[in-house]
Design a protein around this ligand. Sequence first.
Ligand SMILES: Cc1cc2nc3c(=O)[nH]c(=O)nc-3n(C[C@H](O)[C@H](O)[C@H](O)COP(=O)(O)O)c2cc1C
Length: 400
Amino acid sequence: MLMGKKILLGMTGGIAAYKIPDLVRRLKERGAQIRVVMTNNATQFITPLTLQTVSGFPVHLDFNPETENQINHIELARWADLILIAPATANFIAKLAHGFADDLLSTICLATTAQIAVAPAMNQQMWKAEVTQNNLNLLKKRSFLIFEPADGSQACGETGKGRLLESLQIIELIEIFYTKNTILKGKTVLITAGATREDLDPVRFISNRSSGKMGYAIAQAAQQAGAKVILISGKTNLTPPQFVDFIEVYSAQEMFDAVMKELEELKINIFIGTAAVADYRPIRSENQKIKKNQDIMTIELERTPDILANVAKLSPRPFVVGFAAETQEVEKYALSKLDKKNLDLIAANQVGIPNQGFDSDNNVLQVFWRDGSIELPHAPKSEIAKQLIEIIAKRFLMTF
Ligand SMILES: Cc1cc2nc3c(=O)[nH]c(=O)nc-3n(C[C@H](O)[C@H](O)[C@H](O)COP(=O)(O)O)c2cc1C
């Protein structure tokens, strides 16, 4: 898959630099062409000779009359189809975020039209620092790929997030980049997932059995189809998919507010509401834990805002996809929801059947639009998600 791909590997001055010769060797084994550019500080950690030996080509160091004469920085910027910064220091991320071009590698990054992927590696406190996170958000907004670091023990003796991913994990992410199909390229997709929680008191809430698995799989499939994806999710036990902008919310109201904010700030082409949003919430959430001093207790509930219906009412509005989870008469309820809420498409699943629907890794979906329908038979949610994204993309392109 990586045969002939032109990857420019930019190394910056982090301790994880010692892992890079292994990465280069494995990329070469897979047929990729690698050119290495090192910052001055990177050469403090590992010698250019090592990288030259494993890559089979001279390493480009900071501006240097000899190497600049052989292939200059603009040619390198044009040559690459992917620039991978690994390890990426906090310092280099800051430089990228703010457009600095004060050494060879940062100049190449500014002069390229190639995709740039950043594999950060740093002390967990440096990773957590607000300024680092702000810089990463700036890069995400500019469509850089961030290969999120792993959690675990660090060279400095601390434990936390900030370890460079292993070579094979980095290669997997590079392969995802190259296999990306482009059916949704240039489109922005907003997806909600998971269950919302409605507090009764500080220790109890009303929620439902949605795990978020279907929504997360759809977010990943949309991202792999080339879309920019924003995933707004209730609390789940899942790790958000790579390269997706992730926003965690708690209640139906928070999800509603987050969705409306994104719709105001960005041009969203497709909205997919997979979240199991609470229809009702307690009128009051008590400040203190409710005591068990009554035999029967009544909780008064009020309606929450209907996210899907409100998005579908906007003008102009995105292509709107709803989900219906029903225990009976799936088709009847799905079609009535499609109609009542003025949706473009609805995906319905029957819950309460073992090995499909809520919390399962598999699913069966019936997909309806105004003049057609299709059934996606029992399969892993990742597979169903890919098929669904293809259907959504086709319907979107035909009708919008
Ligand atoms: C021993 C040592 C290890 C370091 N490891 C890291 C690291 O893993 N990540 C990081 O962001 N900075 C690390 N630094 C700090 C960077 O080397 C420093 O910010 C430097 O300016 C980075 O330069 P560059 O981004 O131009 O390569 C380390 C510094 C030292 C002395």
